[in-house]
Design a protein around this ligand. Sequence first.
Ligand code: 5GP
Ligand code: ZN
Length: 111
Amino acid sequence: MDDCIFCKIAAHQIPSTVVYEDDKVIAFDDLAPQAPVHTLVIPKDHYANIIDGVPADVLAAMVNAVSEVARAKGLDDGFRVIANTGEVAGQTVHHFHMHVLGGKPLGENLV
Ligand code: 5GP
Ligand code: ZN
């Protein structure tokens, strides 16, 4: 996708603070962190969201990347994973991504 900012980050055409990377996924710190740890995990290939036909091996690589982020960031007490999907959820970047949030008590409320 030519105009997709996350495709450009995945291709290292836009700089980011990379936390983890392999052939299928890349994890990098969010530009506007909402918690002490706020890292995004994205597939290198473009999918609009979590239900846009993402292959099982890519989903598995994403979950593995989440655990690599948790390890790298020392999130031993736990963390939250969020995948905003579509307008109702306020998805602003339409390239599938998982937010990994942690480093402070996050509270019980999801919204
Ligand atoms: P969404 O609301 O779509 O779930 O979240 C998109 C996230 O991407 C936001 O938390 C926003 O701060 C982050 N973001 C948007 N553009 C960039 C960017 O160019 N670099 C980085 N590192 N994060 C970005
Ligand atoms: Zn993209």
